[in-house]
Write a protein that binds this ligand. Structure first.
Ligand code: F6P
Length: 345
């Protein structure tokens, strides 16, 4: 029996609650642990703000989006005496092992705490699916489904009005959501951060389609982190950066709306899906993946497998070193993008 701490950090995504439920159910029923959930990510640990998680207060959350614990982008290592405060809070509450659920920022803190001697087990989370050492993260499939349904809807209005609609989806460093939803939704062009785009080429695809296929509308799917070739920067929605140094991306679809209209003469409209992609109920796939990650994380915490992260490899859940997940982002598979490209224009 041990005292286990749990937190959810960074941007939320569908599937976080299934992870929490998995940790609590197996942690209490099988291992007899006491589980504490820190509120609002690392902020809750810094402030020692936690609630005891029980079967009762984690029941009925499997299908719910977001996180019952709340989240934040608080950076322990940008906070004065951050590490000391975290270690003091964990000691005061008698926490033996901490399970942070998050992306590279949150898990980067987990890794540093582990290196400082505190037992941690990470659970990977990113809607962008760009965390290394795991094939998928939960929430990604749900986001792809939401984006695909949006692209389906954009098709009918684009067709009615003979318009080019540019649909902006999430994807800071990697174009997984753009590529998957673009392929599933039959997009005519997909633009991703991994491949800086050439505007003339984009317009060439659209013009070719309109002039040679009898189609007088097009759908362009663009990841928010996509940028023009020749050293262009990704569009930003604000001048500020978060505590991990990330700019707030957004606006590329509106830029392209003007540029494509100017170059092709076709009427263009921009649609930004934004946080709709991260909200609401997780798909079955993400509920199952979240549940498996939660159960595997409490197993690892109970077996002394610290400094590790649970990961999906093929169909199996395995443990990897936290540092393997954090070395660099998992970029789009070039073969997948090449396949998407068959349908451009
Ligand atoms: O990192 C995940 C992500 O959803 C990115 O795709 C996006 O750029 C960012 O988070 C948005 O963050 P916020 O919720 O702070 O607006």
């Amino acid at each position: 029996m041990a005292r286990i701490g749990v937190l959810t950090g960074g941007g939320d995504c569908p599937g976080l609650n299934p992870v929490i439920r998995g940790i609590v159910r197996k942690g209490i029923d099988h291992y007899g642990h006491e589980i504490f959930g820190f509120r609002k990510g690392w902020k809750g640990v810094l402030d020692n703000d936690a609630i005891e998680l029980t079967r009762e207060n984690t029941s009925g959350i499997l299908h719910k989006g977001g996180t019952i614990l709340g989240t934040s982008r608080t950076n322990v290592y940008k906070t004065e005496n951050g590490e000391e405060r975290v270690l003091a809070a964990l000691e005061e509450r008698g926490i033996d092992v901490l399970i942070p659920i998050g992306g590279d920022d949150t898990l980067g803190v987990a890794r540093k705490l582990f290196e400082a001697g505190f037992p941690t087990v990470g659970v990977p989370k990113t809607i962008d699916n760009d965390l290394n050492a795991t094939d998928y993260t939960f929430g990604f499939q749900t986001a792809v489904q939401i984006a695909t349904e949006a692209i389906d809807r954009l098709h009918s209005t684009a067709e009615s009005h003979d318009r080019v609609i540019i649909c902006e989806v999430m994807g800071r460093d990697a174009g997984w959501i753009a590529c998957y939803s673009g392929m599933a939704g039959g997009a005519d062009v997909v633009l991703v951060p991994e491949h800086p785009f050439d505007l003339d080429e984009v317009c060439g695809h659209i013009t070719n389609r309109h002039e040679t296929t009898g189609r007088t509308f097009s759908i362009v799917v663009v990841a928010e982190g996509a940028a023009p070739a020749g050293g262009g920067e990704a569009a930003t929605a604000a001048d500020t950066v978060d505590s991990f140094g990330h700019a707030r991306l957004g606006g590329i679809a509106h830029q392209l709306e003007k540029q494509i209209e100017e170059k092709t003469g076709y009427e263009c409209r921009a649609t930004v899906l934004g946080h709709i992609q991260r909200g609401g109920s997780p798909l079955a796939f993400d509920r199952v993946l979240g549940t498996r990650f939660g159960v595997a994380a409490i197993d690892a915490a109970s077996n002394g497998d610290f400094g590790k992260m649970v990961a999906l490899h093929g169909t199996a859940i395995e443990l990897v070193a936290l540092e393997d997940a954090l070395s660099e982002p998992k970029l789009l598979d070039p073969q997948l993008f090449e396949t998407a490209g068959v349908f451009f224009g």
